[in-house]
Design a protein around this ligand. Structure first.
Ligand code: UDP
Length: 235
């Protein structure tokens, strides 16, 4: 089933399978931040993120979103449709936090009256720069129609996830998505959805996401475990 290693990322290894249109994503016990400047092995993280992401993608598939998710095949692995990734990090923000708060000199936790969608160009050697739609057309990363679809889909996914996390009393502050082209050229949601690429705050303002690692606030697996258990209550 597991073929050659196609790509080794910061959080996942990607393997070929017998089916040329499917890949196996193996979640690693590694946490990184600041474009790899901060790196640590965290036992159990891969398993938690594979479980959390599988559960969320299953719910999104059930709700009719087009994604790369096929099935979870082991504690740390899932089967995904092979996509040609669009090198864009699509960030949606419901509240100010992180780089947004820093860039605009505002405090964290301000509710945005309309969620804001941002784009970053996925290119490690450039440190993933902040870019706008016109830069995206210049770079040939997506057409205006494709970008309109990506933005609209991201807002719909946000509405769906706000409801899901609302059911477990967690505030979805922001998140990052990645999209890719499937074998027929259709744009589908790819990558993962876990506390590695979103911010989740509980009613007391505790952070249940990668900021625990980035900011040294405690034990990352403990808070990811809380997110998983809460999600399991509602699915
Ligand atoms: N994010 C991500 N990968 C990145 C950068 C950001 O998954 O390379 C996520 C991050 O976890 C957060 C959201 O995108 O949920 C917005 O991140 P931000 O721009 O505030 O940057 P950060 O403060 O995380 O550096």
């Amino acid at each position: 089933m597991k073929g050659e290693l196609l790509y080794s990322g910061k959080a996942k290894d990607i393997f070929a399978t017998e089916d040329e249109h499917l890949i196996l994503s193996a979640y690693k016990d590694q946490a990184t931040a600041f474009n790899g400047g901060m790196k640590e092995q965290i036992v159990g993280k891969g398993k938690l993120n594979n479980q959390i992401s599988s559960l969320i993608f299953e719910k999104m598939e059930e709700a009719g979103f087009a994604t790369h998710f096929v099935k979870k095949v082991s504690e740390t692995e899932q089967l995904n449709k092979k996509v040609d990734i669009i090198p864009l990090e699509v960030v949606l923000r419901n509240y100010t936090a992180g780089s947004f708060a820093k860039r605009f000199g505002v405090s964290e936790g301000i509710k945005l009256s309309r969620p804001i969608v941002e784009f970053y160009y996925k290119k490690d050697e450039l440190d993933d720069p902040f870019i706008n739609d016109e830069h995206i057309y210049f770079l040939g990363l997506a057409s205006p129609e494709e970008l309109a679809y990506i933005k609209a889909e991201t807002r719909l996914i946000n509405a769906f996830l706000l409801d899901l996390f609302g059911q477990i009393d967690l505030t979805l502050v922001d998140f990052k998505l990645e999209f890719g082209y499937d074998k027929s050229g259709k744009i589908i949601l790819a990558d993962e959805f876990s506390p590695d690429n979103c911010r989740l705050w509980d009613a007391q303002g505790n952070r249940l996401d990668k900021d625990v690692f980035r900011r040294g606030l405690g034990d990352l697996t403990e808070v990811y475990q809380v997110v998983l258990e809460k999600l399991q209550e509602v699915v």
